[in-house]
Every structure is written in C-alpha cells, then in structure tokens.
Write a protein that binds this ligand. Sequence first.
Ligand code: GLA
Length: 695
Amino acid sequence: MIPLLRFCFIIVLLFSRLGFAQTTPNTPAIPTQIPGHDAILVGTDWYPEQWPESRWEEDLRLMETANLKAVRIAEFAWSRMEPSEGHYDFDWLERAISLAAKHHIVSVVGTPTGGPPAWLTQEHPETLRIDEAGHRAVHGNRAHGSVNSPVYRNYCRKIAEAMAVRFGHNPDVVGWQIDNEYGYAWMSFDDFTRKQFQGWLQSKYKTLDNLNRQWTTTYWSQTYNRWDQIPIPVGDSNNPGLVLEWRRLVTDIWNDYQKNQINVIRAHADTRQFITGNFMGFFDGFDHYKMSEPLTFAAWDDYVGSGHLDPTSNGLTHDLTRGFKRSNFWVIETQPGAVNWAGVNNFLNKGEVRAMAWQAIAHGADDVSYWQWRSALNGQEEYHGTLIGADGTPAPLYSEVAQIGREFSSVQDAFRGTTVVSDVALLNSYDSRWAIDFQKHTGKYDQVELLKSYYAALRKLTDSVDVISPYAPLDRYKLVVAPDLNVLPKDLADHLLEYAHNGGCLVLGPRSGMKDDANGLLPQRQPGYLVDALGGRVEQYYALEKDFPVSGTWGSGEVKIWAEQMKAGAPNTEVLMKYGPSNGWLDDQPAAITSPYGKGRITYIGAVLDDKLMAAAGEWMVKNSNVTRTSITVPDGVEVSRRTGGGKQVFLLINFTREDRSVSLPHSMKLLLAQKEGSKVTLPPYGVEVLTEGR
Ligand code: GLA
C-alpha cells in the first residue's frame, strides 16, 4: 500500500472504531426522512376545500416562498370527498396535491374519520357515539363518530380504501395520517361495547372464578356469576381491576379502529408512503406504545396554550413521543403564535416560535408543521393563530416561520440520517399512570410532574434522555429510572432484574412495585417482586400534608407530597437518605436505599424530593452509572442536544431566555447557522445555533 493510502486507511479504521465514520449507505434509513427531500422539514396544515380553487396557487406560492415543504391535507374533508354515500370526488384533492408538488411541497393525506358527514350520521344514527351519561352525540362538532361501531368502522374503511386506491401510488403523497387526535372524545358507552368488554374479559381471564379472585370481588359483594353482569365502569368509585382492564380494552378499541384503516391503506399504497397518527403528548386515554405499533412513526401536536414555552416540559414530551416507536417523529401540528382554546390565548414572543421549532429537531423530530395556514372564514376556530391572515396576505409570524424554513433547508444535510441516542432511559407506564390516578391517595400527586423532576435533573447532565415503555429493550442503557412504576407484575420485574443483573443501574421512585397485573396489591409490599434483589422494602407509605426534612448522601433538603418509610434488610443494602423529625413514624427512618445486584445495582427512592435534592440525586445516578455527560457546558436557560448517525454528530444550542447567553465550546466547531467557525457562541434571546465538528 502506498504511504498516503495507508494513512487514509488507518484514519478511516480509527474513526470507524470510534463510531464516527459509517458512510451514509450503511446508516439505517430514518423512516421519518423522505428520500429525495430535505431531511428536516417545515410544513403546514392546509385546507384547500375551504377556498375557491383560484386561490390555491397564491397560497402555495406563499408557502414556497417561506420554504414550507410539506402540507397535511384532507383530514376534515369527508363531506367534500364523499358528498353523498358512495359518490366520491377526489379530483379536487388530486389537483391540490399536484399544484403543491409544482411548488416543491409534498402532501401527507389525512383520513377524514374525525368528522363524519351529516348524510352518514343522519342515515345511521348508531354511528354517533354515546357518552358516559348515555347521551348520543349530535352533528355539528367533530369526533362525534362512535369509533367502536361496526357500521361506522365500515364507512371509515370504505373512505380510507377509496382514498388509498386514488392516492396510494401518487408520487407527491409521502404519507398518511389516520383520523385526527385519537381519543379526543374518548369512547362510546353503548351496549355493543359493554358486550365486547365482557367477551374481552372472558378471553383474558377464562373463568369467572379466576376474575373474581384476581379482582377480589367478595369485597362489597361484587362477585359475578355471569359474564354479562360485568359493567363498563362509570364514575369515580370502581373496582381497580375493572377500571384497569377497561382502559386496556379502550386501547385495543382505538388500535383496532386505526388498524381498520391502516390495513386497507397498506393494501393499496406504496410501501414508501408512511402511516402515522397525531398524538397529544401526555394524554393518557390509551397506551401509546401499543397504539404506535402499527404506525411507521409517531407524530404529535405540540401546543403551549396559555403562557410560554416550558422547555423542560416540551423537551420531555418530545422525548416521550420519540420513545413511542424509539425512532424519530414528526410534530405534525404546532401553534403559529397562539391557539384559540386556552384560558388566555396569548401570543408567543417574537423568536419563541423559532426556538420551539428547533427544540423539536433537537429532540428527534424531522418535521414541524404549523396548524394552520389560514383560518376558515367561519367555523369554530376563527380566532386560532395562522401564518396568513383573513385577507390572504402574510401575518407577522410568517417571516419568522420563513426564517425557520430557510434555516432547516440550509442545514438539512447535517441532520440526514441522524437520530437521538441516549445512555439514560426514563420508564413511562400507562398501567401505572392509570392505577395511581384511580387511587391517588393525595390530590397533589402528579405523575407527569414527578417524571419531569427526574427528567430535569438528568437532562441537565446529559445531551439526551429517552422516555420509553418499561417493556422496551433496556440493555443499551447505562441508567434506567422508573419514577413510579406502580404496576409491576412478575414478567416486568424479571425484565428489570435481568437488566440490573447484567450490569445496569436501575433506580425506582416512590409507589413502585405495589400492584400486580390486575391492579391488586402485591403481598410482598413494595417493590413487590424486587424486594429480595433490593434487600429492602417499603414498610409504610404516607401522603404528606407538608414538607419534611431529609438528609444523607445527596445533602439536606425536603421531601414533599409523598414519603415512604423504607427498611434496609440485607447486609449489602445501604441507606442513602434518612428523614429528619417529621410525623414521628418517619423520624430517622430510611428514605432511599441502594444495593448491588449481579453486575449492576438497584436503588429505591421512597419520596418526592425537592429540586435541589433531585439535582444531587441525578448527579449521583449519572456518576454511579458512568453515563456520558453533556459535551458542551451551557449556562442556565440554554439547552444542549445532540443527534448522531450517518457518520456525523450534530449539536444544537437553544437559548430559551429573553437575554443574551454565551457558550464556550470545548474546541473550535462549525457554527452552521452563523456560517463560521469558532470556539464561542453568543446566543441572542431565543437564539439557536447548530454545530458540527470543525474538521
Ligand atoms: C388540534 C386539532 C386541530 C386543531 C388544533 C387547534 O390539535 O388536531 O384540528 O383543532 O387542535 O389548536
């Protein structure tokens, strides 16, 4: 080998060992990125059916000028696409899609089943859902269809099929959205659904004896002698087994509802066309991990509502959505300044919309789409924020979104083939969300807030945190934290034990390991099947009226809302924190304990900690598990994130404050937005910078 070639070979080998030199062809395709198009897109939700066709060209010209690259289209256009039963009119939609393509804009077609037309609901009133109080929905709003009605499902399948036949091979259609925000109106409480619930329980529990035993129905004389005696739970006071199973059935109903459309679209559409659904962050009407299974990738609708962007909450919700499929995602709706449905529909500050868009990309989104392009001149959402005004000319925010579009386009190569890779996983369980919320024990206990407190502490120390299902593969994580894994059946306990046994650091928060799969108490006390491995357990839990002192390895501070009296019962089990004088019961008792287990470690934190202690606990967790720390040290109010893949790593710095912030880089890097190299970044209010290695 001639010397120069040999040198190059060694360099390539070295870099590939470091994981930085995989070439693009070896990089797994990111399903959210559309071959031949920009890797990161700005889009908008466009309703051509609301306007004369003569207007479309101007709309699309304005979109193209703003560098918008995608429209979501048709998700509320059922009455226009099927004006009367079986008479389809898709010509207008095809013309809209082609015209968009002429302006270099791809289309995502939404199925319109979130808004059934009047001819359908009048002809078949059974397609209208029934609420908990037994009232049938009326026409004139949306989400009035009964998602569990076989008649409604049949109509949904037919319109989805007709659309797929027409657009499944259309080169300008890149994907599909099913329905709109599943769960918007929850469920239909009708006889059909009750019978389905009874049959569903029968196939799960097999015998009534088994169900009666697992639900302890001798309590309050609930014992069932026939399957058809079992009700759908309504109101607040129900058997915990009944309510948990009902929520699981609701998930299955929504999943079957979407699969009914997905299957028929898949049968007719090119495989390159993705299928997604627009979720609503921490909405807990169904298990999002199960609902994401048949989707190509997850998408969500990111709205601030009243007030301003809370970067921690918003970052957490992006990471939650990324965890649904453990892949990149889309923000398929976001607010163009203001919404119309919050307490105070204030406008985001100048620059805030841009910071918000970049945060989505930083956390693994590949598209950010504004809802909506222009308000219909009448209809329920006249006041909502838009990119252009009622007169059809740009609103003030248009130029900020145009800047985002320009920037996304100019740096898109840096993001192609990249995703977020993390050493840390937070576990999020819908079973536990439901189980705790049915029996909160204190109104102050907020699981999303607790998750956020762990997230805030850990995200400050690392470039990324994953939020995933407890059943997800865990072996690639150095640290796995379950803030309150209340429902912890044997199979899940085994999964966690295997992780820790093989060297993982598992941290459990309060209320963990209390319930079995039927939402009944585990007789071991908390954390149930993990008591032996932890070498300790919870002796008693307490809902707190006020904060109590606590001190130990993580310093001194206070516990709030919830505290558990722990016991360290094995020689290897170490007490990390102890309560100070409090209610007498907790005085001087362990609040957090830890124990080595196999090649790893299990830790249990039995209380809700104040922010300072949480930060110290986060520091301890990161140190003990050897998690890779943030690559760039940033001041308060600035977030650093990292995406990797395709032989690249790209960093994002976002200043969420209204003041200048400066950041010193570890070495000189390329500042892609500022188009220069340097080792210092000055970020103006809401400023953003995208960085790659300088060499
Ligand atoms: C939701 C819906 C949209 C629109 C917006 C308004 O996200 O999906 O159709 O109503 O809210 O904020």
